[in-house]
Each structure stands twice: as C-alpha cells, then as structure tokens.
Design a protein. Structure first.
Lengths: 221, 221
C-alpha cells in the first residue's frame, strides 16, 4: 500500500513484461532534451496501446465494435471486489466463479498467480468462456485481470467477445499481489485517446470508507 | 458534463493542439493489426510526455529533481476548486489571485480564456512567478491550468521552479470550458511510467457529495 491506496498498475518501463515476450511490444522512451544541453528535460514515449494496465474496447476483438471515443469512465470507477483465485487454477470457469457470490453491478478484479510473477509466462491464468458467460449473466459491470490477456488459446477470442459484446469493459494487466481479497473503491482512468481499440490506464484501489455502500446486492435474474 | 462527471482532459488525436504548434509534438497512432487481415485490431501510439493533459515532475525543469517513479496520486486526487480568471487577464499574478480566498491544502484549477480555444495560441494565459509564490505561500496542494504550459516567456521558468520546488504538482492542458467556478472532487490519474519528467494523465471532476468536506479551511500562516 502506498500512502492511502494500493497502486494496482504495472510500472511502464523498457524492461517490463510484455505479451508473449514480443520485443516489438516493449515501450520506448526517448529523452530528446536534457538539462545539460537545454536546461530542461523533455521526453516522448512509444507505447503499444495494450502495454501494462489497459482497457480493451469492443473494437479490439469485434469488427465495427465501439472504439474509445465515447468510453465513459464511470464503468471502471466505483465500488469493486478483488476475488482470489487459487494458484493451481489456470482456467477460471463458471464452476470456479460460482464459489464466490457475484452481485449485479459489481466490478470484479481477478487476482491469480499472475500477480506474483514479474515476467510474462505462457501458462498465465485466464478467464474461460464459461466464466465470461457466467459473469455477464450475473450482471458484472466491469472485469479486471492480472494477466496481460484475459484469455489464452481460445479460438475466436470468446471471452473478449462475450464481455465486450455485453458492454462489460475488460481491464488487463493489473497488479494485485499486495491486495487482500475484499471490497475496495476502484479508480481506473485511461488516457483519453480518440478512435482506438484500447487505452493505457492507471488504476488504484482505496479502502472503502466506513458506511460506504459496497454495491447493490441484487441479482439480474 | 458526461453522465456524472466533467471530463476535463484533452482528447488525444493527431490533429489536437500542441505546444507552439510544433509538428513533431503531434501524437502518432499506428494501427498495425486490423480486422480484415487479422480478425483483431491492435495499435500503438507515440506521444510526447507533455501531450494534452499531463503532470510535470520536478525533473522537467529542475536538474536532478524528482522524476515520476515515486509520484503519489494522492496529491492530485481529492477536493479541489475551479477558479475563473477573467478573459482579459493573460498574466495571473499575486494580485489577481488575492481576489480569491486560497486555503491551505487546496488543489486549484485555473480556468482562463485558454479553455475556450481548441488550438494553441502564443498569447495563452499563464501563471506569473508572483502568482506561483503566492500559491506556494498559501499552501496549495496542486495547481492545474488549461494552458499547455503554466508559464510563458519567463526567463529561467520561475513559475515551474517555484511550484515544483515546493513539491506542488503542476497539471497542464486541462479543459474547463464547461465547468462553472466552484468546488469539486478531482480524480487525476497519470500513467505509471517510471523515471521520466512528465506523465500523460486523465482528469475528471465529480460534483461534491452532500456534506462532503471541501478542504480544510485553514491558512499556512
């Protein structure tokens, strides 16, 4: 915990973990003015939009899906719950999620073994299509994961299609190692880039204030 | 207002306003995978770190000043006040600010004529060194402006040096045209890029909740 909050964002740096360890996905930072020559420092960064902590828009996976232009941050700011998935579970299915009680309107952050590795591993834990169907059916408001992808090796990207097709934002690349399972206030703000399929974001968790409502404990059905 | 909040961030796009209209500062977005060829869309962006809405770190102007690595978002999230500066004032001095009552611990956002122009103009309104001394003396927690720079044509960048030297974050490139003067809750989250002199950020204003404290109405002196 840093001061009053947990910083659950990945630090962006040239040596950070990137999807499938592809070199071309590494961020590049160019400091083009410095103090010794110019009396100021000024830099630019080239970032894949799926670098570190980021939010996928429907357009990422759905042809003609919504892009970032009208993305509203209300869907990723508010009361949320961190759910711990045991280390030996790589495939998060409906059965796994049913052991937790999901309420309509919840923002759910999945804490898995991924949070405990600084690098990228091909066997990262992911949300299976059945888990996505379950969360959409229960009325999840947004879903976050500590993997750089929310699914892996699923032909046709069904997990993305189910969540994004239901208007459920997908936050990837969270860092939850220090965060105990439980209820928090999530602040997640992406850059306001127009017309793209994903937005790099900063995400922090604040403890709930006393008497602050967690979420509406109602079901969709 | 968008839903429940004001989005006070500049939209990042290739044709956006950039400092002194320098072409090399324009963001570049490269969509390198698309649906027709690959069934997904994937893009990268090259951004000057001072693009649009961003937060300056001390290292921007102060040699060996603090960089972004340990920047805490608490200093730019919380109760804040939007202050309207009349359109005919380009130079915001101590005298101008004394007409407002500044309290210790306030986050102050300066709304000027800059908010009403989509382009960059050389005669943008700015905070003069005397205004920075005044705000630092009164104990401001952070200072934001709707200019792409918080000062202009001041030899040695005194406004930056005074504010950043007092540990007061400087938020540049806000968009306040739609926001009436008054008290709000500011959420401003920059990307978590390590080791740099500025951080692109998203900033939104929520109305204060009923009975929410605005800020501690105390003075530093």
């Amino acid at each position: 915990m840093k001061g009053k909050y947990y910083d659950i964002s990945m630090e962006i740096a040239p040596d950070m973990a990137v999807y499938k360890n592809r070199e071309e996905l590494r961020p590049k930072i160019n400091t083009y003015l410095n103090h010794s020559a110019k009396g100021v420092q000024q830099s630019a960064a080239c970032l894949d939009l799926h670098t570190g902590t980021h939010i996928d828009m429907p357009l990422h996976i759905i042809a003609n899906g919504a892009d970032s232009t009208d993305f509203g941050v209300d869907s990723v700011c508010g009361p949320c719950r961190v759910i711990e998935i045991p280390d030996d579970i790589e495939k998060i299915t409906e059965e796994v999620l049913k052991t937790k009680r999901i309420w309509a309107g919840e923002i759910l952050l999945l804490k898995t073994k991924n949070s405990f590795s600084d690098g990228f591993s091909d066997d990262f834990a992911y949300l299976a299509a059945s888990g996505a169907v379950y969360l959409a059916g229960e009325g999840a408001r947004a879903v976050g994961t500590d993997g750089l992808g929310i699914e892996r090796a699923q032909e046709g990207h069904p997990t993305h299609k189910i969540l994004l097709g239901h208007g459920i934002p997908v936050i990837e690349g969270l860092r939850l190692a220090d965060v105990p399972e439980g209820d928090y206030e999530l602040l997640c703000l992406p850059l306001r880039i127009a017309g793209v399929e994903a937005l790099p974001a900063r995400a922090v968790l604040y403890p709930l204030k006393e008497n602050q409502p967690k979420y509406k404990k109602t079901t969709c059905r």
